[in-house]
Design a protein around this ligand. Sequence first.
Ligand code: H79
Length: 498
Amino acid sequence: MREKQGRQWIVAGAAAVGLLVGLFVVASCQRQTKIRPVEKATTTAVSSEQAMADKEQIAKKEQAAREELAAKREQAAKDARMAWWRDARFGMFIHWGLYAVPAGMYKGKRVDGIGEWIMNNGKIPVADYEKYAQQFNPIGFNADEWVRRAKSAGMKYIVITSKHHDGFCLWDSKVTQWDVMDATPFKRDILKELSAACRQHGVKLCFYHSIMDWHNPDAQAPFYPNYNDTSKSNPEFDRYVETYLKPQIAELLTNYGPIGVMWFDGEWIKDWTEPKGKDMYAYVRGLQPKIIINNRVGKGRKGMEGLSESGEYAGDFGTPEQQIPPTGLPGVDWETCMTMNDTWGYKSYDENWKSSETLIRNLADIASKGGNFLLNVGPSPEGLFPRAIEQRLEDMGKWMAVNGQSIYGTTASPIGRPEWGRCTAKGDRLYLHVFNWPADGKLDVPLAGAKPAKAYLLADRKRASLPVAAEQDKVTISVPANAPDAIDSVIVLVTNKK
Ligand code: H79
């Protein structure tokens, strides 16, 4: 289908170029006819000048047509590459590494902030932090179970921290001993096991990889006690990029099968530049042409809001962090990443969990704005998901088992944000996500001039029709007295739009 569309564009583009050339040949002939009566000597000069100008015009138009064609081709190729990700809408983020061992405590004291930042926030020297590796022995880790839990929650992809800012690697990296195989008693390649489980369950495996590195002496390690110092530069940073970071990316994109997304982070450091971002983008695509890359590969991200500044910045999608944009943006791909409590990496005492209701409504809210939801889990040092996480994943899975089609493959709401909830769209269907069930049994949908074919509850297997009354500026659906789902009941409204 996509390929066919691409071919159609090529044919259309070629026809456009042909048409333009044809038009200009005709136009210049007409002009020459008009100037014929003028005196002979000047006529020759004028007509040759005119011919030159016409030629230039034709060349310009042809160039513009070629550029337009190239842009269309590029867009079609991007659409094909992004298709699975746009369909998926829901993924699991996994932050796991040595920071799970201290779990938010250093020298008997709680360290404020997100758990995976403990090395920076607790001002832990590299040599001290390295000791956590000897304690990393997560014998409860079961890749198959993690992937099954993600899948039964309705998640289509998993993004795991191959390396976070502390530099510790969850796979057997050949360029360092600072990895799970060489530095810990566990000695199992976590990414290998996850890639096998993901393949088996049809879940896309993706890697989060930090550009910032607090352990590497050519990167931020010498900035101790403030590894995140954004005013400092390391004169050997290029050596880190060429002999460490890039070889690691090559390992990750060569030895673990097809990877869905390369999710970069820590790009705000002084030494990382947009040209380096563009070079990395090309390098990653060179290794796996179909891969998708987030906008933190370069310098285009606007703070935690995460969307890219306008202009030619590298990256395929925006990355709002811990927030949901107020509205979607047409033609812009984005993914909100969010924690279930207040930390990404495991902290033993963070119990500030979002409710399942909040998480399910966030998912609907994000889909209604055309985005993806990347929901984080921080496994324990034993390799287990805390019970609070399991519970929320199960609740989301139950809701998705009934309502998944109102999320997967949908696009942003064509009717804005209705007062009772949210709306997603797919083909001729609107999915009405009713958060606040109408007490009077009447659900008003702000849909002007529509003649809906049918409405039914997504939870109703029989798809019994609900009475629909169309008025000029709205459609009113008569609904049962009780909401089928206390959190988000979905009504399918089949419109006549194709
Ligand atoms: O991996 C998780 C966090 O550890 C990581 N991103 C998620 C996915 C994260 N990194 N930093 N933060 C979260 C918060 C830090 C923000 C800041 Fe900045 C870095 C403030 C100043 C430098 C963001 C980037 C705002 C400006 C630049």
